[in-house]
Design a protein around this ligand. Sequence first.
Ligand code: NAD
Length: 489
Amino acid sequence: MMASNTAVKTNTAITVAYGDGIGPEIMSAVIHILKEAGARLDIEEIEIGEKIYNKGISAGIEPAAWESLRRTKVFLKAPITTPQGGGFKSLNVTTRATLGLYANVRPCVSYYPYIKTKHPVMDVVIVRENEEDLYCGIEYRQTEQVTQALKLITRPGSEKIVRYAFEYARKNNRKKVTCFMKDNILKETDGLFHKIFDEIAKDYPDITNEHWIVDIGAAKLADTPENFDVIVMPNLYGDILSDVSAQIAGSVGLAGSANIGDKCAMFEAIHGSAPRRAGQNLANPSGLLLGAIMMLVHINQPDVAEQVHNAWLKTIEDGIHTYDIYQDGISTEKVGTKEFSNAVVARLGQKPQKLKPVSYQSAPEGFSESKLSVQPRSQKALVGVDVYVDYPDILPQELGSKLEQLNGDGLKLTMISNRGTKVWPHSFPETFCTDHWRCRFMSTEGGSVTHHQVVSLLQRFEQAKLDFIKTEHLCTFDGQKGYSLSQGE
Ligand code: NAD
């Protein structure tokens, strides 16, 4: 990653994919603008998407293309069409995970009055964690009735994204970083994200910090986005709310996005390949262009980024609009993709008069090596085990009686829950139960237990012909519980 304050004057190698649907048209328009603006680029083209999927390559990208990406470390990507049906992997998810692109950055800006929006004053940057949470995609069907997905939130993953958000705020002269999470319910996972946010915020006393539970935070964001600046969040909330933010700013078709890692980065529009609009010179290249501008800043060509961005703002302000943002009375000319790019080229060197011009004099926004904290290892103790059982058509009391017979060897049944709600030793007849039971065994002495005790408990399950489907070990870390209690426990 670049680190100097002076713009790079030599060419930078980048990898470009023209994608599917409207992809080739909008990428040609963007490359045309970048070249005319004097961007110092050596372009390596790769093929991704439909054609590659159709060759039977389930990842949608060929090995030679990975070599280019690993060599240039900078990827400008047009949208692709993801084939319907099973067997195909999402190229975006694969690229993010393979290249370690942990931060997804989406600026959502309104351009009132030139682009219709309910929020004339909006300039929000969503910083979304990109590698973990439910997007690890670890899912199981465990019983006839019950499926499960694992939500993984890690200390290093959370530290990287939260620190990135504060560094981004500082480098871009932003004043506030807000954290969205749901730790009133998810005390371990989102609780960790929140804790790390509070820890890291202390290193940035110059930047205001605040946090909201994601439900009310999302409502406030949709209602009064002008009160937000940079917002950092775990993957799923970020995925949903960055689309909401882009849409309420004016249009998802206008937003660009950067996927940043310590070694590589990928830049794109947030919209898809819009196949119905393909090949008609209709599509708006603005989302991809704004992604490409983030790329120019990243590869330390802020001079070109600024010129292109201001020319684009002037084009929007002059009312030269593609069909998707055209409005009678405000727009002056309805243009196609090519004509739009020519209009931007014609305005290179100009600044907008009404919209706020941008300035990119500072160092690139790329984040240098992640500074992960060094945590002393906690004292970990195994204190019990949750054994999950598949048992259809049984009442909690009956199951409790069966399982109490397995007590012994220093372990005893303390609780059974169904979908997180305690149903044994006491239950309400109103509580709906599925065939998926969590059966908690703790040390009879109240102290730690051994793996041997857990294995012998499972042997007793097997002898009793009970269908155990998984176990979760209950540990404490420096005496603090590392597991949730059930509702009502
Ligand atoms: P989409 O974003 O492609 O299009 C939705 C609608 O938005 C289009 O019908 C069009 O009216 C409009 N639109 C989108 N971009 C536009 C532009 N630049 N200019 C003008 N109008 C535009 O979403 P979709 O139809 O749900 O998905 C189409 C395909 O794109 C699917 O195969 C999907 O999997 C894929 N997709 C790819 C990416 C990516 O590569 N990053 C992202 C999202 C969807």
